[in-house]
Design a protein around this ligand. Structure first.
Ligand code: V47
Length: 381
């Protein structure tokens, strides 16, 4: 079991809510009692978003004070060629037929990593399309070359879907694949591929991906090997509040057993250029209300997660800044180049410079903190 951070002492304020259904939830939150499925639904149903947000902000302040962390990071997607053809995705393309297909040569990624060392970027977030020529063997060669080019670099890579697929292709167990990748230089895992765990929703949005049990099993194995990871939830497509609550409670149950998750990251669905948007009449994107509610409910239900992240790439820098008053204590990082949601119509910038992140956090009345991937504090601003 990996230890979680201890909470600063924050007084319990009296609260009044315009929605009477929130009063019993506040009783539980303020006395440290765990919320259940129905509480989660009530939080999603409540018209009093500010009430939900104030509870989440209090729960976050108890854990993290007024600090908001970020990291100097860069996303690298080695290929967009993918055999999964998920209806939610606008990034993956047909491995053989797509005119815009690309695959980086190992030397090209190593050259990118050399530039990152010069810039002081501490983390690479690497995920991508799944094809047999960019699978376990490719990464067993790539990871040591990245480390040789920049030994202090933290490599956060591979969704549970990728690990499961590489394991099946190589006829190895998850544990064997993870061990080999760790020996090659893997330092932690991102939270992608979780989408929504409910099988009926999963069947529609990503029927070629492994199911919830496998996603959770890969993270359980990673945690047992000492590899920390994150957890995401994709919202704003065909799912309903009950699916979101179920998703979070499954994450909470795994975290009770392992303590290996660092951060919960709700991801706002972007429909442009996706087959999902062709099949269903979907809104053009999530609303600010929904973005704020998801981080707040996440903070309240996931009482065993240290951090909740507002991923500004997906919810916009402006909404991510407001989310800092709705239970969020992390705002991801500089990113530098993002392809997955920009292919799906995201209008956020590709990169936020450090000075801009510091300004966003300060103007929200919080203390910006630069961190490493494992949430060790590197600099307080
Ligand atoms: O797994 C795919 C999602 C994820 C779309 O762990 C989409 O620190 C919206 O997991 N609209 C990848 N989302 C991103 C991810 C992530 C991002 C930032 C930080 C971390 C972390 C993880 O993006 C995919 C999928 O859930 N995604 N298509 C789309 N059209």
């Amino acid at each position: 079991m990996i230890a979680t951070a201890t909470a600063p002492d924050v007084a319990v304020p009296r609260r009044s809510f315009s929605d009477p259904d929130l009063a019993p939830i506040w009783e539980k939150v303020s006395s440290g009692e765990r919320l259940g499925f129905d509480d989660g639904l009530a939080l999603y149903r409540s018209p009093d978003l500010l009430g939900v947000g104030r509870m989440a902000a209090w729960a976050n302040a108890r854990r993290n004070g007024d600090r908001v962390s970020f990291i100097l990071n860069k996303h690298i997607n080695p290929t967009n060629r993918c055999v999964a053809f998920c209806d939610l995705c606008a990034f993956g393309v047909h491995p053989a037929k797509a005119p815009n297909a690309y695959t980086f040569r190992i030397e090209e990624i190593v050259a990118q990593v050399e530039r990152l060392r010069e810039l002081g970027v501490s983390e690479v977030h690497m995920v991508g399309g799944m094809v047999k020529d960019v699978a376990l063997d490719y990464f067993l060669e790539l990871l040591p070359r990245m480390k040789a080019a920049y030994p202090a670099l933290h490599i956060k890579a591979f969704t549970a879907i990728e690990i499961d697929t590489y394991a099946r292709w190589a006829k190895l167990t998850h544990e064997e694949v993870l061990r080999r990748l760790m020996e090659a230089g893997l330092d932690s895992m991102p939270g992608g591929g979780a989408e929504i765990f409910d099988p009926e929703v999963r069947d529609v949005i990503c029927d070629h991906k492994c199911g919830a049990e496998t996603w959770l099993a890969v993270h359980r194995t990673a945690h047992a090997l000492g590899l920390r990871s994150n957890a995401t939830m994709l919202y704003g497509h065909i799912e309903e509040p009950r699916h979101r609550v179920d998703h979070m409670l499954r994450l909470r149950a795994l975290q009770d057993g392992t303590g290996g998750f660092m951060t919960f990251i709700p991801l706002a669905f972007h429909p442009a250029n996706t087959r999902l948007a062709q099949r269903y009449e979907l809104p053009s994107g999530t609303t600010g209300f929904d973005d704020l509610r998801n981080v707040a409910v996440g903070r309240l239900l996931l009482d065993n997660f240290d951090h909740v992240k507002a991923y500004w790439i997906m919810m916009s820098p402006a909404v991510a800044q407001v989310a800092l008053s709705f239970g969020v204590d992390d705002i991801d990082g500089t990113v530098k180049e993002e392809k997955i949601v920009h292919e799906a119509g995201a209008t956020s910038p590709m990169e936020l410079p450090l000075a801009e992140i510091v300004r966003l956090v300060r103007r929200a009345g919080k203390t910006p903190v630069r961190r490493d991937t494992l949430y060790n504090v590197l600099e307080v601003y």
